[in-house]
Design a protein around this ligand. Structure first.
Ligand code: HEM
Length: 398
């Protein structure tokens, strides 16, 4: 058997391959220079052992984006949350936790619902839409821009920066993409520097102001670190949530009885969100690097070896979930690993859940979803994220 995450058949549907990996090669050395770890118990062990499995591998992934960019050395000087281990990580996480409080997130519910509703207004009378562009991609970028207090006139640039960064993380960027990245890097840096300086002069009730204020505490976050954090939010918070919305709608269309049930009882929407996170995880894998020789499922991992934890496979592990390949809205609370686990557990999990819930409540509350007009669902060949590129959807008003 062979596992290559970029193989078109795997991009289309990785789950049969994952099942073979879990059964026959729970630690599988790929041609891409990492060992793929596919069983739930092993994935959990890796994620909860940062002293054995370092996030420096995530840092390399992010650095790849900046390789040839002007000022790259300067920006690399600052640490980034996703790529550090304790204790450096502990310090940064404490600061951003203070800015990203559950109360601030809960306070966004009305605004998220309003934006979702405005987006649906645009196409509700037409009977058809392309859900990814018209809806699923717009919602998260608008929200994250508002959370950061980004000027609405910059939204398009913000989205473009986010898309380019995600593309660059998926492989060696082409010369054209690198050129665009370099140009965007300068634009972004100029803009972020300006926003940080402005919030220092006159703080508002937004996340950047909270971080700037933290800068004055003993727990200092440097200007570079704030810049890196904003870049991380661009990478981590947009396409992931877009894909969660897309994967949820796709799962419902594939399961018409569930679609009918949820459409008649919107209190089931949180179950759809949670089961989609498990059943078709928007983030399929994360990287770690072994700090010393160790073992996983009886296989020796050497010091310095890169390990990819397959979250999408762990969430389908038959050892952990009964009838794991079934989309089941009545599943009990066995925790899935779609948001990671432990030290680096997704900072935006609460926000992503809230956005997906508002998105689905709005769509299902206002429209009767019927069918895809084009069933050939294309997915971006990505190492990390999984979701449909387009969803051409037919619906009628409720
Ligand atoms: C469905 C949507 C999302 C999924 C599936 C997802 C998934 C993940 C996963 C798996 C990690 C763990 C990374 C690791 O262990 O190395 C993570 C971390 C992170 N996520 Fe998310 N994420 C989502 C949405 C968001 C949103 C909306 C934001 C921000 C607004 C966000 C911000 C972050 C940040 C900052 C980290 C790094 C945390 C740390 O290193 O301490 N994510 N996410």
């Amino acid at each position: 058997m062979e596992y290559n995450p970029f193989d078109p058949a795997v991009v289309r549907n990785p789950y049969p391959t994952y099942a073979v990996l879990r059964r026959e090669a729970p630690v599988y050395r790929t041609a891409l220079d990492f060992a793929a770890v596919s069983r739930y118990a092993d994935v959990l062990h890796v994620l909860r052992s940062p002293e054995l499995f370092s996030s420096s591998a995530m840092r390399d992934l992010i650095d790849r984006v900046k390789e040839t960019s002007p000022d790259a050395d300067e920006i690399r000087g600052g640490e980034t949350l996703l790529g550090t281990d304790p204790p450096a990580h502990t310090r940064l996480r404490k600061i951003v936790n203070r800015a990203f409080t559950p109360r601030r997130i809960a306070g966004l519910e009305g605004r998220i619902r309003e934006i979702a509703s405005q987006l649906v207004d645009e196409f509700a009378d037409e009977g058809e839409c392309e859900l990814m562009d018209d809806f699923a991609a717009s919602l998260p970028v608008t929200i994250i821009s508002e959370i950061l207090g980004i000027d609405p006139a910059m939204r398009r640039d913000f989205k473009r920066w986010s898309d380019e960064l995600i593309q660059a993380m998926d492989g060696a960027p082409s010369p054209e993409l690198q050129l665009r990245l370099d140009r965007s890097f300068l634009e972004r840096k100029a803009y972020v520097d300006e926003v940080v300086a402005e919030r220092r002069r006159s703080p508002r009730d937004d996340v950047i102001s909270a971080l700037v204020q933290a800068e004055q505490d003993e727990n200092v976050m440097t200007e570079h670190e704030i810049g890196n954090f904003i870049v991380l939010l661009l990478i981590a918070g947009n396409e992931t949530t877009t894909n969660l919305i897309g994967n949820a709608v796709l799962a419902l269309l594939d399961h018409p009885q569930d679609l009918a049930k949820v459409s008649g009882d919107l209190s089931l929407v949180p179950n759809v969100v949670e089961e989609t996170l498990r059943y078709d995880s928007p983030v399929q894998l994360m990287l770690r690097r072994a700090t010393r020789e160790t073992e996983l499922s009886g296989v020796t991992i050497s010091e310095g070896e890169t390990v990819a934890v397959l979250l999408g496979s762990a969430n389908r592990d038959e050892r952990q979930f009964a009838d794991a390949d079934r989309f089941d809205l009545t599943r009990d609370k066995t925790p899935h690993l779609a948001f990671g686990f432990g030290t680096h557990f997704c900072l935006g999990a609460g926000l992503a859940r809230l956005e997906a819930r508002m998105a689905l409540e709005t769509l299902l509350g206002r429209l009767r979803l019927q069918e895809l007009t084009d069933r050939s669902i294309e997915r971006a060949p990505s190492l990390i994220v999984r979701g449909p590129r387009r969803l051409d959807l037919r619906f009628s008003p409720r």
